[in-house]
Write a protein that binds this ligand. Structure first.
Ligand code: G6P
Length: 437
């Protein structure tokens, strides 16, 4: 552990950054960070300044010698970085609001990472992440890119397929799942492991272990007991019908709700928009109050209120991953990586979200074999849509885009696919102008 590290965070003005900073400070003994660069764009200047000041106060409190830089010059931040973390949101929360609201007009789920919303977010993001990759190839060819930008699986696959950058895609869901299972069992989360089969936000938990012993059956037995309801709900953001869980024989990700109970979720979303605004609107309100807190010159820790965001604990996932690489730990992390035969009935060149052994050379997925027929169809359905989306973002072809949105499992009617696409292209013109007939 000789060398000190330069970390660049793209989207550094995000309200999530204090999570990352906390993660770095908590691992001070194993992660010798000397430079932390926070990068943002002109539109995010004010937020960047606030986050920079809070970061400096947090570092000062820790007594560590970490130099904090904030810049609008991405190249300067990437130059000679050891790790680049991407957590930017093209178009900000205003664009997310459109992703959530436009599909709803057509009675289609409007959601940040799934359905047409996730499609539009991917189409805005892929050209930008590929530009960033060109800069990494040029200025920091040995750097690891740790990507959080959503839809994380698609973005990671775009990077894998269209650049030489060493990328690992991360999501907080697998980590939160294990934490929630630990809460249900009233044990320390370090004692819990899980087998995941699938993709980002499409990942099934096919087994759960406590101290290495399978306990999936025990969890399924607890599943419909009223006294466990709250803890069970936390695992997948829903309490499924017990017969569904018994017939599936596994647990789900929170995002499976959109696929298995689509009508119910659609009604829930519409109701939520009527009463409380879409999730993007709620998050904008939360962000406003978070930034008010961040401005406080006496604040020098990550405020508890940040845990109200869905991405809570992602710093743990990111910084422990970086530490596993830097310290060649060879420990298990759940990462978005190239399938390469790990799931035998999913395309080899697809990015999947799987348990991997992580060390100096990156992440080596642990072999899974075939995904069960119960779930293989939906996983491959989503993967085909993801691949078509990457193709459309790279070609810039309207017809490729139409095929991609049409291939999304949440879009059931061709006419809706076309109408939603056309409306998204107009609504996001500044970012999607590159899509042409
Ligand atoms: C989950 C997902 C993230 C997503 C977040 C949304 O944690 O894993 O991919 O970004 O929720 O949270 P928000 O507070 O923005 O709705």
């Amino acid at each position: 552990m000789s060398k000190t590290l330069k970390i660049a965070v793209i989207g550094g003005g995000s309200s999530y950054t204090p999570e990352l900073v906390e993660g770095i400070l908590n691992r001070k003994d194993e992660l010798p960070v000397s430079e932390l660069w926070l990068v943002d764009i002109e539109d995010g200047r004010r937020k960047l300044e606030i986050v920079e000041a809070l970061t400096k106060r947090m570092v000062k409190k820790s007594g560590l010698n970490i130099k904090v830089f904030a810049t609008l010059n991405r190249r300067e931040a990437i130059n000679a970085a050891d790790f680049v973390i991407t957590q930017f949101r093209v178009g900000g929360l205003k664009a997310r609001e459109k992703d959530e609201l436009i599909p709803l007009k057509y009675d289609v789920i409007g959601q940040e990472t799934t359905g047409p919303g996730g499609f539009a977010k991917a189409m805005r993001t892929i050209p930008v992440i590929l530009d960033i990759c060109r800069e990494i190839e040029d200025l920091a060819p040995n750097a690891w890119l740790v990507n959080f930008t959503n839809p994380a699986g698609i973005i990671t696959e775009a990077v894998k397929t269209h650049s030489k950058v060493k990328v690992l895609g991360l999501c907080n869901v697998p980590l939160c799942t294990k934490m929630d299972i630990a809460k249900l069992l009233k044990v320390d989360s370090k004692r819990v492991e899980a087998d995941f089969v699938g993709l980002n936000h499409m990942n099934y938990i096919t087994n759960v272990y406590l101290d290495g012993h399978s306990i999936l059956d025990e969890i399924i037995k607890k599943y419909n007991k009223p006294e466990y309801r709250e803890q069970v709900e936390a695992i997948s953001d829903i309490v499924w019908d017990i017969d569904f869980i018994k017939s599936l024989g596994m647990l789900t990700s929170p995002y499976h709700r959109y696929y298995y109970i689509t009508k119910t979720m659609l009604e829930e979303e519409k109701e939520s928009v009527r009463t409380n605004g879409s999730r993007a609107m709620q998050v904008q309100r939360l962000e406003k109050s978070l930034f008010e807190l961040y401005k406080d010159e006496n604040l020098n820790v990550k405020p508890k209120e940040l845990e109200g965001r869905g991405g809570a604990y992602y710093s743990d996932a990111a910084i422990s991953l970086i530490s596993a690489i830097h310290n060649d730990k060879n420990e298990i992390h759940t990462i978005n990586v190239l399938n390469n035969g790990t799931i035998t009935n999913v395309a080899s060149d697809a990015v999947i979200e799987a348990n991997c052994i992580v060390g100096r050379n990156g992440a080596e997925p642990i072999h899974i074999g075939a995904a069960h027929t119960k779930i293989a169809g939906l996983i491959n359905y989503v993967k085909s849509y993801e691949k078509l989306t990457i193709k459309a973002a790279v070609s810039g072809s309207y017809h490729d885009a139409l095929m991609a949105i049409n291939a999304n499992p949440l879009v059931n009617e061709y006419a809706d696919a076309k109408a939603i696409l056309d409306e998204l292209l107009i609504a996001h013109k500044p970012y999607l102008d590159y899509v042409k007939e």
